[in-house]
Design a binder for this molecule. Sequence first.
Ligand code: UT7
Length: 352
Amino acid sequence: MVSIAINKGHQNIAMLGIGAYRPRRIVSNDEVCETLDSTDEWIYDRSGIRNRRWVSGDESLRSMAVAAGERAIKNSGVDRSKIGALILASSTWPDITPHGGPTVAHDLGINGIPAFDLVSGCGGFGYGLAVAADLLRSGSADYVLLIGAETMSFSLDPHDRGTAFIFGDGAGAVVIGPSQENGISPAVWGSDGENASAIGQNFNILEMMDRAESYQGKDPETDPVGRMLLRMEGPRVFRWAAVTLPRALASALDVAGVSKDDIEVFVPHQANARINELMKKNLGLADDIPMANDIENTGNTSAASIPLAIEEMLVTGKAKGGQLALLLAFGAGLSYAGQVAVLPPAPTEASF
Ligand code: UT7
């Protein structure tokens, strides 16, 4: 029997650079409430959101992903020719086929590398970080560009009290590569399909296929198949989060071999400031540990929220490159992924 060669990967890896893109248009709670039956006070009190950003003009998921990726590459100082794989974490790339990774890689001048999409709802960045880390550790790539990018605004029903005020658009990216000391722990990740229906579109893919069939021979201009609108049973997700996420956070510390006292920064997914305050308290993190609160002015940007939140903390000085952070992504699926990671250096080219 011939012996088949195996890759030799890098065990010590880290986020070497970060980049982000925030859409130009800032949408206040008051503007959302021009259509939605709600108030600025209710929205801020229940979610911690004051503003979100929505794409406008020539901005698109593609342009945001490329801008964030470009900045992450520049800020990392890594020559783009060394990037061996691109992961696009997104649930809102407009086409199922073709998926977005190859197009984004082409736009970034790294055409030809393995490039693929990773769909895991708001858990997308955590899942992407886990997959990227494993690609590096197995030797499948020396450097990976991970981009989380979303245009959530396209699938919002402006009258839906459960979603219209929550979601925003944006993109964040990191370059991950070898480092002297290890900067990314093993992931603690999982899913709960029993609660899958808590976040989803208003019709599923099988219904879509049924509709597509029934639309055969019809003019799409006069018989549109319709938009896929996002629905969320917020209180159900909240209850699931309260039980599942504290366990995930404790396990993440455990597998990383660090204690909660070692954690210098807490970066949970920006779904709801109240959930995050509760998690921080329940985990017993000290009051003065900085916690990401990018949701206040960026909204919930799903798979983009963690890199956007890290970038905001680094640019404003709330956190510093090299600090030890606890990351936790969670959302549709339902799914979650947590890691302990060393923050990348503050970006020289920032998104604001
Ligand atoms: O990113 C993916 C992961 N997602 C999450 O983690 C989301 C988790 N869930 C949440 O963030 C929260 O459930 C929401 C912010 C979505 C909603 O907050 P809530 O505190 O759970 O509100 P609720 O749905 O339990 O509603 C409470 C009250 C109800 O009135 P009554 O029955 O107490 O009189 C609702 O009718 O608030 C009312 N309400 C609203 N009022 C004004 C519900 N939505 C609205 C609204 N504006 N938009």
